[in-house]
Design a protein. Structure first.
Length: 154
C-alpha cells in the first residue's frame, strides 16, 4: 500500500517594524507588528521499520531550523523599509539602529509573504513541498499563499 501524503504545519513568531513609503494612511509611519507565521509542508512519511524517524514526514526540529535561519533570525526585531526611502533618512537610522533591511518592494504583509515563501522553498529537502503559508500581521489580519492554483487546503 502506498504511503499517504501528510501535511505538517509549524508556527513561528517574530517582531518586526516597517513603514510604507508614500502610503496615504498611518502605516507610512514606522510601526511594529507581532507577526505569526504558519508554514505547511506536505510529504510522505518515512517507511523504515526500526529507524528512529520511521513514520515522520520531516523532523519538526529541521523545519524549525530552516525557518528560523531563513526568516525569523532575519526579520526579528528588524526595521524593514523600501530601498527608495530617502538616503538621509536611512543613514540617520543606520547611525542609531543596527538591524535595518532595505527591500526593492513596499514592505507590506503580502510582499513580505512572497519573499518568505521563496526563502523557504529554496531551503526545502526534495521530499517536501511547501503548500501553504500564512503571515499574520495582527491577530485578525493575514496574507496567505497557497501552492499551485491558489486553492487553499487549510
Amino acid at each position: 500500500m502506498e504511503q499517504p501524503s501528510i501535511r505538517l504545519t509549524k508556527l513561528f513568531s517574530f517582531e518586526t517594524a516597517h513603514a510604507l513609503l508614500g502610503y496615504d494612511g498611518p502605516c507610512r509611519n514606522i510601526h511594529g507588528h507581532s507577526y505569526q507565521l504558519h508554514i505547511t509542508l506536505i510529504g510522505k512519511p518515512l517507511h523504515s521499520p526500526g529507524h528512529p524517524k520511521d513514520g515522520m514526514v520531516a523532523d519538526f526540529k529541521d523545519i524549525k531550523n530552516l525557518v528560523k535561519g531563513k526568516v525569523v533570525d532575519r526579520y526579528d526585531h528588524a526595521l524593514v523599509l523600501n530601498e527608495k526611502t530617502p538616503p538621509a533618512v536611512v543613514i540617520g537610522l543606520e547611525g542609531v539602529y543596527e538591524k535595518i533591511i532595505l527591500t526593492p518592494y513596499q514592505p507590506t504583509c503580502e510582499n513580505l509573504l512572497i519573499e518568505i515563501v521563496g526563502e523557504i522553498q529554496a531551503g526545502l529537502a526534495d521530499s517536501l513541498r511547501l503548500v501553504n503559508v500564512k503571515l499574520f500581521e495582527t491577530s485578525t489580519s493575514y496574507a496567505e499563499w497557497c501552492e499551485g492554483d491558489q486553492i487553499c487546503f487549510t
